[in-house]
Design a protein around this ligand. Sequence first.
Ligand code: GLY
Length: 310
Amino acid sequence: MLAAPRRIIIYLLMTKPLMINLHETAAIIVHGGVGGFERDSDGCASAAGCARAELDRGNDALAAAIAAVVAMEDDGRFNAGSGAILGLDGETIEMDAAVMDSQGRLGAVACLRRVKNPVLVARDVAASPHRMLCGEGALRFARVGGHADYYQPSDKAGIVHRALISALAPDAGPFGMLWNYQLPPPEPVRYACDTVGAVVRDSNGHFGVAASTGGSAPALSGRVGDTPLVGSGFYAGKAGAVTVTGQGEQIIPHLLAHTVYQWLAEGGAMENALQRGLGLFASDLDIGIIAITAGMAGSASRRGMPVTLL
Ligand code: GLY
């Protein structure tokens, strides 16, 4: 008989890790982005509940991870889907998302505009002849697949954008020099960036991962971070699943998700692998990692990060 479902809602502070031995056949971890707020932790719990419901209906780890990320995209408080941040022009929203599982499915979208759930378009890419679509082609692919036009910037995105613009230096720095939006530039800045993600192990021992983001700010139009790049923002294989959060420009050179996955696949302990992953970065960089294997689920971050393990 299976143990009763457990739900652990946690707000990780600094490098205090969460490590759980998996006594159940299935497990789910959802994060709301490094630098996220404790008050938003209930969104992760609700998303994990959606993933659990998917498993209870007999669907697999990838379907559950996608269900969690759809819930996070629809929440509006996280930088993904309905909560995605605005580009520097105050209008453009470009989103990235990805899915992968241990059964060989892999799909991603980059710089996708005007859809409600980029992670569902990434799921559809996984069922297409391709692995990744971007920009205009991704948008047309989404419409062919029935993803309706959607453009409703959240109130939070507007507040974040106004704060960003008001913090800009008198000149727009490199973003002014390289400006490629249609509207003229305002001025830069502090960085804004976070991502949502979920990793799941189902009762058949399959692993799934899904991730989604509105990207980072300030950023040029067309910028792609780690989230849709296999091995950088996410990875899943026979040994487990990993997804990460933080500034893509820092994460990409380390292929962070695959690097941590590889350590776990080689038999490394979960806590060691996560701390080694954080240790690849300067101590002032915000990085978060969640991972799951057959025997362990773990999470670690440099700054506060809402996380639920179910
Ligand atoms: N990690 C999200 C991004 O850099 O876009």
